[in-house]
Design a protein. Structure first.
Lengths: 115, 216
């Protein structure tokens, strides 16, 4: 439900970056979104496309790099993807694991064309 | 074609204001908590019981968010503490700028505690930092005990889960042990308290939690 606001924020960042580069235009935004970020990626994609359509930024594309919930084992150092909320290390079976990723909501980079 | 590294959080503007708010809270020695739940989980009723328990002169204030109406603010104002309604007019969450604006005419030096009651929504408020010390999630026993698994974002970020309406447990199929287990699957260190705003059961523990946080 808040994806429209997020899409607006992303486009503001794109405009700010483009204003610094005379004549350049952005063709793609790469976004990192974690599965614990409380963001619906389809809804975000839809909102983004709706805002871009007919605007000065058309045809800007949004690419979502979906990040799984990952944890790091404190015993063996293994970095693993959490499946079905199983927080136990799949490598050494230790229960001492710490959150490592999966709550991202970040603009990674822009692809731009310059004159 | 060239690539421009941005590496910026989508909500960086919100986060910037939230960081300023956090600093203001710290300077004034305030505990600020952010209550989040589905609509109808009992946030306002819990706040009524909470405010009722405070001695007159307690330096507590409440900001309560809703899409429309000031019904909650009117319910909460009768306890004599400063209460302000934030009517979002459609937005499904409170953001840091709304809090900043609402605090504009309050002297924070006169407050020890601010309780923010977010808009009833288990998804969107998750993403918005309000500068609070802790997010608190409420889960009522009339909901599903698998909600932590369905909405992991908020259960991942909340420090405390309040299981509310526990007086109804004999009448509903809710499995409290399963709800605890599900919450800890998402967030192993989650603190969990059970309360009933109707019977008063568990309220002492909730008030104790707030008191312990205030004296930190």
């Amino acid at each position: 439900m808040h994806e429209l606001g997020l899409a607006t924020n992303i486009l503001e960042t794109v405009r700010t970056e483009m204003a610094r580069r005379d004549g350049a235009h952005a063709v793609k935004v790469e976004l990192r979104v974690g599965e614990l970020s409380a963001v619906d990626k389809d809804s975000l994609q839809f909102c983004f496309e709706s805002l871009v359509k007919g605007s000065d930024l058309e045809p800007l594309e949004l690419c979502i790099d979906w990040r799984p919930h990952t944890r790091r084992c404190q015993a063996c150092g293994d970095l693993f993807e959490v499946v079905d909320y199983n927080l136990v290390c799949p490598h050494c079976a230790s229960t001492d694991t710490q959150f490592a990723g999966g709550d991202e909501l970040e603009i990674a980079y822009l692809e731009i064309e310059e004159p | 074609m060239s690539r421009v590294t941005v590496e910026k959080k989508v909500l960086s503007e919100n986060d910037r204001i939230a960081a300023e708010l956090r600093e203001r809270y710290r300077q004034n020695g305030m505990l600020v908590v952010n209550l989040i739940s589905s609509p109808g989980s009992g946030k306002t009723t819990l706040l009524e019981r909470t405010l009722e328990s405070f001695a007159p002169g307690t330096k507590v204030a409440v900001l309560t968010g809703d899409i429309q109406t000031d019904n909650d603010a009117r319910r909460l104002a009768r306890f004599g503490f400063p209460v302000k309604q934030i009517t979002t007019g459609g937005a499904c969450h409170l953001d840091a700028r709304m809090i900043e604006k609402a605090l504009d005419d309050w002297d924070l030096a006169n407050l020890d505690m601010l309780i923010i009651e977010n808009v009833g929504n288990l998804v969107c408020p998750t993403s918005y930092d309000l500068g609070e010390e802790a997010k608190i999630v409420l889960l009522s026993v009339t909901e599903g005990d698998d909600k932590p698994l369905k909405y992991p974002g908020i259960f991942h970020r909340a420090e405390l889960m309040l299981l509310t309406k526990i007086d109804l447990l004999p009448y509903v199929p809710f499995d409290a042990a399963a709800a605890r287990e599900n919450a800890r699957k998402v967030h192993p260190a989650m603190e969990i308290l059970e309360v009933s705003s109707t019977t008063g059961a568990g309220l002492d523990k909730w008030l104790g939690w707030l008191a312990a946080r205030r004296s930190r």
